[in-house]
Design a protein around this ligand. Structure first.
Ligand code: COA
Length: 288
C-alpha cells in the first residue's frame, strides 16, 4: 500500500520510548494486549512500526513473536482525527512482511477487547478463533481432594521455572503458550504461585495475584501425562482456600477459552460460574 508523500513509515526503537509514551497518553483509538509486559517494553523487538505524518506520530503497531511461533498484536494505537482502517492497512502490511522474514511459521493473533478493533480485524479477514470467557468463584471453599500417592503441593520457587515452562508448553495449544521470559514475569507479578510435585518432578502449576480485595487465577496447567488425576482440581481448590479461606479475599476470578472443555468442566466443578463477559480471539489465516 503506497504511503502519501507527507507520511513515512519507520521502525520503532528503544529511544522512541518518551515520544511514544507521550503519544499513548492521548490516542483516539488504542488496543493494548492483556499482557505481562507494558506495550513499550516491546521496544527493541520487531515488528514494531511507527507511521508518521509531517514527523508527528500518527499510529503505531507492535506484534513481535513470543514465543517464536505466535505474534500477538501487542499494541495498535491511532492519533485523533486519523482513520484506524487506513493506518492499520499501512502498518499491518509492513509488519506482516517483516514477521514472515523473522519466522514464516509465525501466526498473527489478536484479542478483540473493544468493538472498533474487533470490527477492524474482521474487516481485514482475521478469523474468529474462540472467545475468552470470565468466570467467578461462588460459594463455600471446597474440600481438598484426596491426595494422589507421592504427590504434594508446595510454593513455586524460581528454580522451578524451567520445568514449569516445559509443562506449560506441553499443556497449552500453541497460541496460549508462554515463553520462559513471560513465565518469569508472571512469576514476579503473582502473589501466590504453587506447584504439584510427583516423585520429585513438577507436574502442574498455577500462578495467581491479589488485586485489591479480589484474587485472579492467571495461569494453570497440568502435564498432559498427569491429567485427569485431580491435580488441576487440587491446585484450584488450594487457591480458593488460600485467598478466601485464609486471607478473607472477597472472590476469585479467572479467564479461559470457551472451547477449552477440560478447564471449563474443572472450574465449574470447583464452583466457578460464568460471568457473561467474553472477548473474541482472532487469528490471521496464513497468507498464500
Ligand atoms: C485444565 C487442566 C488444568 C485440568 O487439569 P487436570 O489435572 O487434568 O484436571 P482434574 O483431573 O483435576 O479434573 C477435575 C475435573 O475437571 C473435569 N475435567 C478435567 N479434564 C477434563 C477433560 N479433559 N474433559 C472433561 N472434563 C474434564 C472433570 O470433571 C474432572 O473430574 P473427574 O476426573 O472426577 O471427572 C488440564 O487439562 C490442562 O493443563 N489443560 C491445558 C492448559 C489449560 O487449559 N489451562 C487452563 C486454562 S487457562
Amino acid at each position: 500500500m503506497p504511503t502519501p508523500p507527507q507520511h513515512s513509515l519507520r521502525r520503532a526503537e528503544r529511544k522512541d520510548r518518551p515520544l511514544l509514551a507521550r503519544f499513548l497518553n492521548s490516542p483516539a483509538y488504542s488496543h493494548r494486549h492483556l499482557d505481562w509486559r507494558e506495550p513499550l517494553d516491546w521496544l527493541g523487538s520487531n515488528p514494531f512500526w511507527i507511521l508518521e505524518r509531517n514527523f508527528e506520530v500518527e499510529a503505531v503497531l507492535a506484534c513481535p513473536p513470543d514465543p517464536p511461533d505466535v505474534a500477538w498484536v501487542r499494541l495498535f494505537a491511532v492519533a485523533p482525527h486519523t482513520s484506524p482502517s487506513w493506518t492499520w492497512g499501512v502498518l499491518h502490511e509492513r509488519a506482516v512482511k517483516e514477521l514472515s522474514e523473522i519466522n514464516p511459521q509465525a501466526t498473527l493473533v489478536s484479542l478483540g477487547l473493544q468493538d472498533w478493533f474487533s470490527d477492524l480485524l474482521s474487516l481485514n479477514h482475521f478469523e474468529h478463533h474462540q472467545d475468552i470467557i470470565v468466570l467467578a468463584f461462588e460459594g463455600a471453599v471446597p474440600a481438598q481432594p484426596p491426595a494422589s500417592p507421592g504427590a504434594y503441593l508446595r510454593l513455586m520457587r524460581p528454580s522451578d521455572l524451567e520445568t514449569v515452562t516445559q509443562v506449560d508448553n506441553l499443556a497449552f495449544e500453541p497460541i496460549w503458550r508462554l515463553s520462559a521470559d513471560d513465565l518469569r514475569r508472571a512469576y514476579d507479578r503473582s502473589t501466590y504461585k504453587t506447584v504439584v510435585e510427583l516423585d520429585g518432578e513438577v507436574i502442574g502449576y498455577q500462578m495467581s495475584a491479589l488485586n485489591g480485595f479480589n484474587a485472579h487465577l492467571a495461569r494453570l496447567a497440568v502435564h498432559p501425562q498427569a491429567q485427569r488425576r485431580r491435580i488441576g482440581y487440587w491446585l484450584v481448590q488450594n487457591v480458593i482456600q488460600h485467598f478466601i479461606g485464609e486471607h478473607g479475599s472477597w472472590g476469585v476470578t479467572l479467564n479461559t477459552q470457551d472451547t477449552n472443555q477440560a478447564s471449563l468442566a474443572l472450574y465449574q466443578k470447583v464452583g466457578f460460574r460464568l460471568t457473561g463477559e467474553r472477548f473474541p480471539v482472532y487469528v490471521q489465516p496464513p497468507i498464500k
